[in-house]
Design a protein around this ligand. Structure first.
Ligand code: SF4
Length: 284
């Protein structure tokens, strides 16, 4: 059976821990679509699954680590990136993917996110952004658009949200893309590119959370969110990340924004080591 992606649809079953199913996600949630794109991307890249590790934090998206039949780790809240950093430093041959949500990666884990991007450590971060803390009841998150309603901002969010592509671009990421869960072919391609790219890659996946965020913001079903993505997505490959902020009910700029060659953390380390050895040799 072959889908539009050209990949055998049954090919992702081998990457699923079927004994863990059914999953916990609500009807209309987008996390399953994002996970499916990731698993298709794993298949598409041809990378060795035995040399791959998936790390998640806490939250609805964090459950992904429990469903994939790869070496996977469901870590503490906000600490997926430091855990993944340790894995990569300990075993540089591993292809390390962090798969987590906006609350986990950008709020409590925000410090780790910017420093991983600054270091350009070789890993891929997939951030499912549904603009709220879905699992714990729909509280406002750091990416919730201004004036969005959440259970803790019933009159509208009065904080300024993070624009994630801009944040990680300014911090030093080598690859940055954003898609929605409507754009499954583009998302799969972006994830496979990101996993093959040396350095820090970041993919934001705009995703429905109908039962908490959507219910309060005119998207009470997953299908409503899909209609919104269809009507409001604007494709702008190469867009300046400064121009990709998301306003409530406004356009969603999607595409590949950044793809640049930068020395990775390991390459910089080797560069410094080499110079230090040359200096020592010259002194003798
Ligand atoms: Fe998905 Fe929201 Fe339900 Fe969590 S609460 S599973 S994010 S729809």
């Amino acid at each position: 059976m072959t889908g539009n992606t050209g990949v055998d649809r049954l090919s992702i079953e081998k990457y699923l821990r079927e004994d863990r199913l059914p999953h916990i996600w609500c009807a209309g949630c987008g996390i399953g679509s994002a996970m499916s794109c990731f698993l298709r991307a794993v298949d598409r890249t041809g990378l060795d699954p035995d040399r791959m590790a998936v790390v998640s934090g806490i939250g609805c998206t964090g459950r992904v680590a429990g469903y994939v039949k790869l070496d996977s780790f469901h870590t503490t809240h906000g600490r997926a990136i430091p855990f993944a950093t340790g894995l990569k430093l300990g075993n540089p041959e591993l292809n390390v993917v962090v798969f987590s949500g906006d609350g986990d990666l950008v709020a409590i884990g925000g410090n780790h996110l910017i420093h991983a991007a600054r270091r350009n450590i070789d890993m891929t971060v997939i951030c499912v952004n549904n603009f709220n803390y879905g699992m714990t009841g729909g509280q406002v998150g750091p990416t919730a658009p201004f004036e969005a309603r959440t259970t803790t901002t019933p009159y509208g969010n009065f904080e300024s949200p993070f624009n994630l592509p801009y944040l990680v671009a300014a911090s030093g990421a080598a690859y940055i893309a954003r898609w929605t869960t409507l754009h499954i072919r583009q998302l799969e391609k972006a994830i496979s590119e990101a996993m093959s790219k040396p350095g820090f890659s970041f993919i934001e996946v705009i995703s429905p959370c109908p039962v908490t965020y959507g219910r309060l913001n005119k998207e009470p079903t997953g299908l409503d969110s899909m209609h919104y993505y269809q009507e409001k997505s604007v494709l702008r490959n190469g867009a300046d990340p400064r121009d990709t902020g998301i306003e409530l009910n406004g356009p969603i700029v999607v595409g590949k924004f950044v793809d640049r060659e930068l020395p990775t953390l390991r390459e910089r380390l080797h560069q410094v080591e080499k110079k230090a050895k040359e200096r020592t040799k010259a002194k003798k």
